[in-house]
Design a protein around this ligand. Sequence first.
Ligand code: ZN
Length: 504
Amino acid sequence: MLMENPLFHELKKHLSEIKSIEAVMMLLVWDQQVYLPNGGAVARSRQLAVQAQLAHEKLTAPIIGKLLDDLQSYQINLPYDSDEAGLLRVTRRLYEKAVKVPPAFKARLSAHLSKSYQVWTLARPANDFAAVQPYLEKTLSLSREYAHFFPDYALIADPLIDFKDTGMTVAAIRPFFAELRRQLVPMIKDIREQPLPDNSCLYRTFPTAAQLSFVREVIKNIGFDFERGRQDLSPHPFESLISIGDVRMTTRVQENDLSQTFLDTLHEMGHALYDQGLYPDFEGTPLADSASASVTESQARLWENVIGRSRYFWNYYYPKLQAIFQEQLNSTSLETFYRAINKVQPSLIRIDADEMSYDLHVILRFDFELQLLEGTLAVRDLPEAYRERFKADFGITPPDNRDGVLQDVHWFDGVIGGQFQSYTIGNILSVQFYEAALREHPEILDEIAHGEFSALHNWLKEHIYRHGRKYTTMELIQRVTGKSLTIEPYIRYLRTKYGELYNL
Ligand code: ZN
């Protein structure tokens, strides 16, 4: 751009201040997860609350509204695809969302959720649903109140979904989820009737240092830039964007579980590659972010599952892994290893689920969120409803609430509504995007089989990463694949891969 409109320039100055505050918050959270001693926990929450308040005040300041209004005539003449137009659209959206919610409500919600979280941390190990029930009831009523600040919705979950996935609605998502469930339940039933593959090769002793040096070699080779990012250890792996030149990911290592470190690392690396690939000029603006929770999840799942559990990938990497862990893996063939990391065994816990049954965990929670919000299911009936639905979908009944309805933190430290759909939309999109990449570059598969990832990585940079938050999820899908969201590539992928593994 040659000369910036002075009002636009002023808006960017304000946005850059907000982004700086948010970056400080991200760094505080990163430190909290990686280094912070317990003694600092209370002070850290206070520090974060002050920063959040500051960012909120700056975003909702009247000057932002005025600048956006004054820039409307400028915006009209900008091409829709231009970065300036994108920035104005996204800023308008964030501003309007932020001003609609009274700060007093936000304070009430966050005070309630921090209590609810405290109660949950004790109630879950004690298998005590009754302890959380009143908190969950209050969370539900606050979630409805939250949605009511955005009254133009068709269904009450819509505004809550919109926070994570702008433009997505229940009406758009529900048919995909229903179809996916219809296909998955019988496939999983068929798999359950077969003998389980032996995956004991993953659970021998693999020293921490050797595991870490292997995964670091892999992510470096794929394209994670250690000059503009780091990898550290934390109990719950996560990724955070401090700035486009400072993208951090964490992983965890268990000596007796080889696949966990590896798959967790590839997952977080998927998020990190996205952030490292954002267009550098977006720095300091709200465009320096992923398009949505679903799109960033699609990037994580692409590397974790579609690539990281594929034959192509392990053709190249398994001999290297064997060379590092000679004693542990010498007698295990590539085929045995491949079957082990793709073992399907429906289990109680969502975050430990295999690739095939994972979505059923998500769809179940999505459906319950809708029923709770719409008042067709009462909180007190949730444990029983959960057990019944779980039995119907997975063929097993959770023995208790601890590993049933109490397992996910989401409903206990966040609102009810919009918490889960991104995981499954992310899975659906991971394959829809990957098919588009393969159509354009069929050589990607052969490259991967030779430990080369540049064709795929470059395609992702150009078509997805670069645009940051400029387009909504639906706009991006259309631009990247020439189609709207579709579930067929994902179902075809699962059927082909697991059909071959399990003779379905
Ligand atoms: Zn993720």
